[in-house]
Design a protein around this ligand. Structure first.
Ligand SMILES: [Zn+2]
Length: 410
């Protein structure tokens, strides 16, 4: 009998997410590849067998009776590294101030930029590290992280350096995105800043990040500026992503399709033509329901319509000072209750499709032989319980690269 490191057995549902290698669309998003009374064999950090009747001589056995086993959550959109928090804005929001009102009053992104620029490498590292600990306890085993609260060469580089050090030191894997074009710094005009991003920051970012992102929105970067930045990033080898159509429809979804972006994010106001083009070009729509929730907008991205039109959908936290959340289970809950996703769609969007949105599906996102053993045990008997029983942490055990890295007392 072959000897292995770890065998998980008796899972009520072993949710493999096996199936296609591309981001799932339409009905594919409901296909979870469930094995009842499932078993998972892990050796040397990788999945070596998946089934219901496996025979191995395992050094360690986990009995998953009464629990489900799923791939680790992937959070494909976070602003992990920032200085300071903005809890005082909650009162302003409750008095009816909008995102733009708060920005004008000295809060918002400018406040965070000041505090991030003033923070030392070590302070940013400690704050990011603490957020990663929270993510891990809620089952996120890989996340994307964006720069974007520096808005000058030195601070943007420092944020990317912090992310890369956290990626080396922390159990959670981090995929870095350069988002120098997050906002226009107060001390510069927009065209000069776009030149700085293109001519100085992107040449630095190409060795520090995998993706290049832009905040394409009225009052931030125009469609034309966004196109120029993303094209420059592409030339430097950075894959495009775009924050698009969050506050108004600027045809950001169309730009994502035209430029070959891997994903477009937010998309609350995206028009049908953009959705059609995104579906055609397989641009993943990354839904961030925490953002309108924390802004009390009562309006969510039309995820249901996008799925029906063939746009592959992922979910993410958008963790940032304006939407302070690390918990992907809560995103599934908001996705179901406020975007009308089915529990199966929400789970696909938080695992396999989320991995696709950061181009990591070759290694993570499903329980397939050969993939990294990033695996969660959840203390529920079926997957519908994850959104149904909301507001608590269902994760009991987190396994990263075959190693138990977190046990939450149950
Ligand atoms: Zn964002």
């Amino acid at each position: 009998m072959r000897s292995i490191d770890l065998l998980i057995k008796n899972a009520e549902e072993l949710i493999t997410l096996q199936g296609t290698n591309h981001a799932r669309k339409k009905e594919e998003m409901n296909e979870l590849g469930i094995i009842k009374q499932g078993m998972l064999a892990i050796d040397d950090g990788k999945i070596v067998d998946v089934g219901s009747d496996l025979n191995y001589d395992a050094k360690k056995i986990i009995d998953a009776s009464g629990k489900i086993v799923i791939p680790g959550f992937v959070d494909p959109h976070t602003h992990l590294v920032f200085g300071g928090t903005r809890e005082f804005e909650l009162d302003w929001k409750l008095h009816g101030l909008t995102y733009m009102d708060i920005k004008r009053k000295g809060g918002g992104i400018d406040y965070t930029v000041t505090h991030t620029r003033d923070a030392s490498f070590n302070s940013l590292y400690q704050q990011g590290n603490k957020r990663l600990d929270t993510m891990l306890s809620y089952g996120t085993t890989t996340c994307e992280a964006k720069s974007g609260y520096g808005l000058n060469f030195e601070s943007e580089k420092r944020i990317l350096d912090v992310q890369n050090k956290l990626n080396k030191d922390h159990k959670v894997d981090i995929i870095s995105t350069f988002l120098g074009a997050h906002s226009i710094p107060k001390e510069m005009n927009d065209e000069d800043y776009v030149d700085l991003v293109i001519n100085e920051m992107i040449p630095m970012a190409k060795t520090h990040a995998k993706f290049c992102d832009v905040f394409c929105e009225q009052g931030f970067f125009t469609i034309d500026q966004s196109r120029r930045i993303l094209e420059a990033g592409k030339k430097a080898g950075l894959v495009p992503k775009i924050h698009a159509d969050e506050l108004i429809d600027t045809n950001g979804g169309l730009l994502a399709a035209e430029i070959g972006a891997i994903s477009a994010e937010h998309l609350l106001k995206t028009n049908e033509e953009s959705m059609r083009k995104m579906a055609e070009k397989n641009v993943i729509g990354v839904m961030l329901p925490g953002t309108p929730f924390s802004l009390m907008m009562n309006e969510y991205a039309p995820a249901r319509k996008m799925i029906d039109k063939g746009v592959p959908i992922a979910l993410a936290t958008d963790l940032n000072p304006n939407c302070y959340v690390e918990n992907m289970q809560f995103m599934m809950q908001l996705g179901c209750f406020n975007m009308k996703l089915t529990p199966a769609e929400a789970l696909t969007a938080s695992t396999f499709n989320a991995a696709c949105a950061i181009d990591q599906q070759e290694w993570i996102g499903s329980l397939d032989v050969g993939k990294q053993a990033d695996v969660l045990l959840l203390d529920v008997s079926n997957y519908q319980m994850i959104p149904y029983h909301f507001g608590i942490n269902h994760v009991s055990t987190v396994i990263k690269k075959g190693e138990i890295v977190r046990s939450n007392k149950k």
